[in-house]
Design a protein around this ligand. Structure first.
Ligand SMILES: O=C(O)C(=O)COP(=O)(O)O
Length: 307
């Protein structure tokens, strides 16, 4: 395949270089706005994007010759998949490029949570030396429940392999996936046995607001909760309620129901979330490392080559 590709986000230059070697003409315009994209997209055969804006029906309708959308990342929730399918527009993504980043980030959050890193750090900066109040837990001997055993969930399981934990995983759309790192199980078993719950599922109409009060109700007390998937899967108020009731001992949230300021600051739950010493927050950087920046573009170029 050949033609013109418009890059609308910050992608590593390796994608442009490799696409050009394949015969594509590539316009790298990371600063382009959605309105500007709408005005020029009709000229293009492909668009490469991260999550800067939605590749929705309106945008694809403005591109009658569009043959593919190259998503430099994993989640396809910013793309109207149903409409793309209807138009036979191919969707390429690159979860292989940031799976290690996500697995390591989730591990980092988990280790920080169980060892009170955030709370202890703040206290020392405020003149408090409290050893007892910062006594941590060990992962050894615990059960980690992973929801979603795709590229990200299996990456987390692999990273856990040196910690002497039992890793159990549930995936609604997969069976027979037990491997050296995780044992496949039912959702009931996840609920019953998990000391740690880590989400690795995509955002879909089915998973939106999935983790609410009812979902958390039957889990054991004192679990640690990690979300590096999508914020909208979780009802943040339910997480805060579970922290207050002692069900959740700590939560690591790389993604939030509302991301970016000022939108985030306007959420009713934000004041409580930001004050909670039991929560670690990062600005959706789990999959975004200096290493994954390049790997994602390489994977995407490989997939372009295979089109
Ligand atoms: O790869 C993913 O799904 C991510 O969440 C990364 O998001 P980003 O492309 O860095 O905005």
């Amino acid at each position: 395949m050949s033609g013109k590709i418009l890059i609308v986000d910050d992608l590593h230059p390796v994608f442009k270089n490799r696409a050009e070697q394949l015969g594509y003409q590539v316009d790298d315009r990371p600063e382009i706005t959605r309105a500007e994209t709408l005005a020029v997209i009709a000229e293009y055969d492909g668009i490469a994007v991260r999550t800067k804006f939605k590749i929705d029906r309106e945008l694809m309708e403005a591109a009658p010759g569009l043959k593919f959308v190259a998503r430099a990342g994993a989640g396809l929730d910013n793309i109207d998949e149903a409409y793309a399918k209807e138009r036979h527009i191919r969707l390429l993504n690159a979860p292989e490029g940031n799976r290690d980043a996500v697995g390591e980030h989730a591990m980092g959050m988990l280790l920080s949570l169980i060892n009170n890193h955030r709370k202890a750090d703040i206290e020392i900066r405020n003149g408090i030396w409290d050893r007892e109040g910062n006594r941590g837990w060990e992962l050894k001997g615990k059960t980690v429940g992973i929801i979603g055993y795709g590229f990200m969930g299996s990456s987390m399981a692999k990273k856990l392999s040196g910690f002497d934990v039992k890793v159990i995983a549930y995936d609604k759309y997969k069976t027979g996936f037990s491997d050296a790192y995780a044992q496949e199980c039912s959702m009931e078993e996840i609920v019953k046995h998990s000391d740690v719950l880590s989400l690795h599922i995509p955002l879909t109409s089915e998973t939106r607001q999935m983790v609410d009060e009812e979902y958390l109700y039957h889990f054991k007390k004192n679990i640690f909760f990690i979300n590096t998937a999508r914020g909208e899967i979780v009802n943040t108020k339910a997480i805060l309620a579970a922290i207050n009731s002692g069900k959740i001992l700590g939560a690591g949230l790389d993604v939030l129901e509302a991301e970016k300021f000022p939108n985030l600051a306007e959420q009713s739950w934000y004041p409580e979330l930001k004050e909670s010493p039991k929560v670690i927050l990062t600005p959706h950087v789990g999959g975004w490392t200096f290493d994954s920046y390049r790997k994602i573009s390489e994977v995407l170029a490989d997939k372009l080559e295979q089109l």
